[in-house]
Design a binder for this molecule. Structure first.
Ligand code: FAD
Length: 464
């Protein structure tokens, strides 16, 4: 083996610091494992940083079914004025969402990892995996100071794209069955000096009005909108949206994030395609901002405050695991004996061909389904767990599991399972699902039928 200048041994090595990586790191460290979280940028949160609301703490019946780490994170963010908490939405594809200030999220997630005893390594990329037969024994990282080998008892892939799992030899699928096309990408952006209520009255479709964290004023903190009325202008101005609906959110007066651009036919695991996405995304953003400013009341004096730090990629590799979650599991609200997270978010497909967004609600008795632990266990490779967007699902099921609160719950389960395996001296594949579920419950996760006990009162307090 190469003698690396820099080497270290850890119990749990996590690659990728999105919501799933944060969940995994906090859970593993709090469970007593020596944990290192590696991230290529200088902040945590992953795609949350592009300017989105966190979907969703609630089932399709409107009952809160998520507790555990995501709930803890949002309480901490609220205390710092960085979130409204879950807000109720009229006329939309889900009952609630949770607007956030991404700067507060970056800070709170970093502090949660560090307080748990986890170590962070920013500005570092994985370069190659180190395999011992079919077990991943570590990862060689590329730091500013050269290569570094980190050996680990368990590795958790939270890169969203399943980079580490792919390099280790885990098989994967991409795109929908019919033509392998993946959901489109979007470059989210933030506009300042917007009269958001006026804009909402003009083009709003569905919205959540709630008191702003820093002023108490009732404001459209999440909205969907349409430029249907401006179709001729959009055509004349050469504005491409591909569909008539787009979304926005804010927790601060006078500004709004906007999720509208559509980049189709690109692969988020190909750097050339990612570059096209960034370039074309900025073109779409500048064109849309110009049209909004010129024609839509509320945007007259507005300006682009920021484009997202990176293009938003909805779908890439779905790794093959011991169980592949299906659309029918989701929409029927199926429960599993090894369920590690409860999800009420609908199947939300940004159709790769038509550009339309298609929603299918979650049914079943309590409007939520379970993600089984087996979706985190990759085929062929030992010592590795999957969390976040790349877990084992079909194209359709991924369109529900991919959201940020779900990613954090799955990360929490992966981190807890890793620590449990190390403590018991077993492989992650041999972790007993009942024991894992018991540990998760002790940590505050909700895995049982129906709402989180006591959460009914929240609804009465916050629903308009
Ligand atoms: C445009 C868009 C809008 C969306 N809207 C919503 C929404 O409103 N609400 C919602 O809940 N969800 C939304 N989603 C889905 C959701 O944001 C993502 O699916 C989710 O954040 C994925 O979480 P993750 O932890 O798996 O991955 P990510 O958030 O992608 O995190 C992966 C992390 O790993 C790092 N990383 C990746 N590869 C490497 C590597 N090789 N080496 C080192 N680090 C690496 C990345 O920098 C990143 O920090 C949206 C997604 C997109 C793209």
């Amino acid at each position: 083996m190469v003698d690396y200048k820099h080497q270290q041994d850890v119990d749990v090595l996590i690659l990728g610091g999105g919501t799933s990586g944060v969940g995994a790191a906090v859970a593993a460290s709090r469970s007593g494992a020596n944990t290192l979280l590696v991230e290529r940028y200088g902040f945590l949160g992953g795609v949350a940083n592009v300017g989105l609301c966190l979907h969703t703490f609630h089932s399709s019946n409107g009952e809160r079914v998520v507790a555990g780490l995501p709930w803890e994170m949002i309480q901490r963010m609220k205390a710092l004025g960085g979130s409204t908490g879950p807000v109720w939405i009229e006329n939309a594809h889900m009952k609630t969402t949770t607007p956030i200030d991404v700067e507060v999220m970056k800070y709170v997630t970093q502090e949660m990892v560090l307080e748990s005893g986890g170590k962070l390594l920013y500005h570092t990329l994985p370069l190659e995996v180190v395999m011992e037969d079919n077990r991943i024994a570590g990862v060689v990282l590329l730091t500013k100071d050269g290569k570094m080998l980190v050996r680990a008892k368990v590795v958790i892939d939270c890169t969203g794209d399943g980079d580490i799992a792919t390099w280790s030899g885990v098989p994967y699928e991409k795109g929908r069955d019919s033509d392998k096309k993946m959901q489109r990408m979007s470059l989210v952006f933030k506009m300042g000096n917007v009269d958001v209520p006026r804009m909402f009255n003009e083009i709003g479709k569905g919205g959540a009005w709630a008191p702003l964290p820093d002023g108490g004023e009732s404001y459209p903190v999440w909205w969907s909108a349409t430029l249907e009325r401006y179709a001729d202008i959009a055509m004349q101005e050469g504005l491409f949206l591909g569909t008539d609906e787009f979304w926005g959110n804010t927790v601060h007066k006078g500004e709004t994030n906007i999720n509208a651009s559509r980049l189709q036919g690109l692969d988020g695991t190909n750097s050339f395609d990612l570059t096209v996405g960034e370039v074309e995304g900025k073109r779409q953003v500048f064109k849309l901002a110009e049209v909004l400013r010129k024609y839509v009341p509320g945007f007259e004096g507005s300006y682009i405050q920021a484009t997202a730090p990176f293009i938003g990629v909805r779908e890439t590799r779905r790794m093959e695991g011991e169980y592949q979650l299906t659309a029918s599991d989701c929409v029927s609200g199926r429960k599993f004996e090894d369920g590690i997270a409860k999800v009420g978010y609908p199947i939300d497909i940004h159709d790769p061909s038509s550009g339309k967004t298609l929603f299918t609600p979650i049914g079943g008795e309590d409007g939520s389904y379970d993600i089984p632990y087996r979706c985190l266990l990759p085929k062929n490779v030992e010592g590795l767990l999957l969390a976040g967007r790349c877990i084992s699902t079909t194209h359709e099921a991924m369109a529900s599991t991919r959201t940020m609160i779900t990613g954090m719950m799955v990360g929490e389960a992966a981190g807890t399972a890793a620590a449990l395996a190390i403590r018991n001296g077993t492989s992650v594949r041999a972790v007993d699902a009942n024991e894992l579920r018991e540990q998760l419950r002790k940590r505050g996760a909700h895995l049982d039928m129906g709402p989180v006990p006591g959460s009914e009162k929240e609804r009465q307090a916050t629903q308009p």
